[in-house]
Design a protein around this ligand. Structure first.
Ligand SMILES: CC(C)(COP(=O)(O)OP(=O)(O)OC[C@H]1O[C@@H](n2cnc3c(N)ncnc32)[C@H](O)[C@@H]1OP(=O)(O)O)[C@@H](O)C(=O)NCCC(=O)NCCS
Length: 248
């Protein structure tokens, strides 16, 4: 995970100019990003998403700005990320403790944290940011990390979190959800493909002598069909709505 650059600076600039101008005026893009970044309680309108009670898990979700995360939670997030990802990073662009710590504690980093209901032990987190896409010029939600403790993996929680991100991206008027994934991370890739993520048009260049880069940038565009947009704006308060969004 983490965010990685793609290629083609000039191509990007040109596309950004064309798309950025055509689709939204700069000021309205900045306004959408400002509104999203000001959100204090992302889960407020989605009480059904605040709980995760499935496959033996009884969890609660919390939204937090990085600057308000207690030091011990930030340490936990770093340690979990390192133990899940160090090998994948080293197969792609290399692991670096300092870089990862800085990334997790950046002022624009936001976290969804799942913790147990009883002990309030954190077991999973998503690190997200609202940003301007550097190729298209429009506002996007970038998923920097999704990390689950091994004991809560393969119980549907990853899907729950990713579907929530999608809903939030729609609600906050983002054009896409984007993320980076290492090709070696087959389980994660499968999940994203199942959720409808596709290759971004602008991919990293293959290193010399290789057929492709060791990672891929995925995207899920969020065309504003009236029904989807309506759904994102409605509070999600019951399990029927929740099921519909996650598995419908
Ligand atoms: C990758 C990751 C985020 C996926 O989240 P997850 O909660 O484990 O995934 P889900 O349970 O939602 O779904 C993944 C798979 O488990 C299956 N599954 C869901 N519930 C299940 C259950 N009760 N029993 C068995 N399998 C189940 C899903 O059908 C899906 O199967 P498939 O991908 O083989 O088709 C998580 O495993 C993780 O944190 N891994 C380590 C860190 C990592 O790689 N992060 C991604 C970086 S890009």
């Amino acid at each position: 995970m983490a965010k990685k650059a793609s290629k083609g600076k000039e191509k990007k600039l040109q596309r950004k100019e064309e798309n950025g101008k055509a689709i939204q005026e700069k000021s309205s893009i900045n306004e959408a990003l400002r509104r999203a970044n000001d959100v204090e309680d992302l889960l407020k309108d989605y009480p059904a998403f605040q709980q995760y009670s499935r496959n033996g898990l009884e969890l609660e979700l919390q939204f937090q700005k990085a600057e308000r995360l207690p030091e011990n939670v930030l340490d936990w997030a770093f340690t979990l990320c390192k133990s899940n990802m160090e090998e994948f990073y080293n197969g792609a662009w290399g692991w670096n403790d300092t870089t990862k710590r800085e990334e997790l504690s950046a002022s624009d980093a936001r976290f969804l944290i799942a913790h147990t209901k009883d002990e309030r032990t954190p077991v999973a987190f998503v690190h997200l940011r609202w940003e301007k896409d550097d190729t298209e010029g429009w506002p996007i939600l970038y998923c920097y990390d999704i990390q689950l403790e091994p004991c809560v993996q393969r119980k549907g929680l990853g899907r729950h979190l990713m579907k929530f991100l999608e809903l939030v991206a729609r609600k906050t008027e983002m054009h896409e959800v984007m993320l980076t994934v290492q090709l070696q991370n087959a389980d994660a890739l499968r999940m994203y493909r199942n959720l409808g993520y596709e290759d971004h048009w602008d991919q990293p260049e293959a290193p010399e002598g290789k057929e492709s880069a060791p990672y891929v940038i995925l995207t899920k565009k969020l065309p504003a069909s009236a029904a989807q947009q309506q759904r994102a704006l409605k509070p999600v308060t019951n399990s029927y709505q929740l099921e519909n969004i996650i598995y419908g």
